[in-house]
Design a protein around this ligand. Structure first.
Ligand SMILES: Cc1cc2nc3c(=O)[nH]c(=O)nc-3n(C[C@H](O)[C@H](O)[C@H](O)COP(=O)(O)O)c2cc1C
Length: 218
């Protein structure tokens, strides 16, 4: 059992990294192997919307994301941690999330993995930031656990936020324990619900579209 923790902060030893490390400590104490990964020094281009991944699930862009895909696939649990930037996740975090689109083809390859999210903002925006992670877990048919929203501004001050530190530790434990329980989606739901309705009943989500698929030309 492996938990992969991915940090979206540009600050080494920053607040989101500190909470993520607490979470991974909790996961380890419940029996999981853990890996911490920071996107700080990685080259991750934004998704260019070419839709070339739609057929075989392979992203056309050759950058550091190519080495991250297998790590996501081999993990049983994934914990994201991001600073709040303009009421949302950091820019590189959003680029990363968009690039995982390739893992939704030819089927949902992150299905049944256990997910959790940590956000840290100085004042407001934690909840709107969590929305992206929620949608990530939902649309990948992952098992969502819980979240921690921390409040801190200067580097490292989250350590004084005892509630967030303990919450992160417990979140990591929860991820590990739910992984051990072996929760699973039924196999027939290995695609997004809107696609299942389209494939099973031939009805597109938008009443004005032909049942065709994505427009692939740019
Ligand atoms: C570009 C930028 C935008 C930010 N936007 C917000 C925001 O919308 N809401 C907020 O509460 N904090 C905001 N912050 C503050 C950071 O979320 C805060 O400093 C956080 O602790 C940084 O986490 P880190 O140390 O993990 O990088 C912003 C910081 C930066 C650099």
């Amino acid at each position: 059992m492996k938990v992969l923790g991915i940090c979206f902060s540009h600050r080494k030893n920053g607040n989101s990294e500190i909470l993520l490390r607490e979470a991974l400590k909790g996961s380890r104490e419940c029996g999981a192997k853990t890996e911490f990964m920071s996107l700080r020094n990685k080259k991750i281009q934004p998704c260019i919307g070419c839709f070339k991944c739609k057929d075989k699930g392979v992203c056309s862009q050759k950058d550091d994301m190519q080495a991250i895909y297998p790590k996501l696939l081999e993990a049983d649990g994934i914990i994201f941690a991001t600073p709040v930037y303009f009421y949302s996740l950091s820019g590189m975090g959003k680029a990363f999330i968009d690039r995982t689109f390739a893992l939704k083809s030819p089927e949902l390859r992150l299905m049944n993995k256990v997910g959790a999210a940590i956000t840290v903002g100085s004042s407001s925006g934690n909840i709107s930031t969590l929305h992206t992670f929620n949608m990530f877990f939902l649309t990948n048919h992952m098992v969502t656990t819980d979240y921690v929203a921390g409040y801190a501004s200067n580097k490292g001050t989250i350590k004084k936020h005892r509630h967030a530190m303990l919450g992160a530790y417990e979140l990591g434990r929860l991820v590990s324990l739910i992984m051990s329980n072996g929760f699973e989606y039924p196999a027939e739901f290995n695609m997004a619900l809107y696609l299942l309705v389209k494939e099973k009943y031939g009805i597109h989500m938008s009443p004005f579209e032909n049942v065709g698929g994505f427009e692939t030309s740019r």
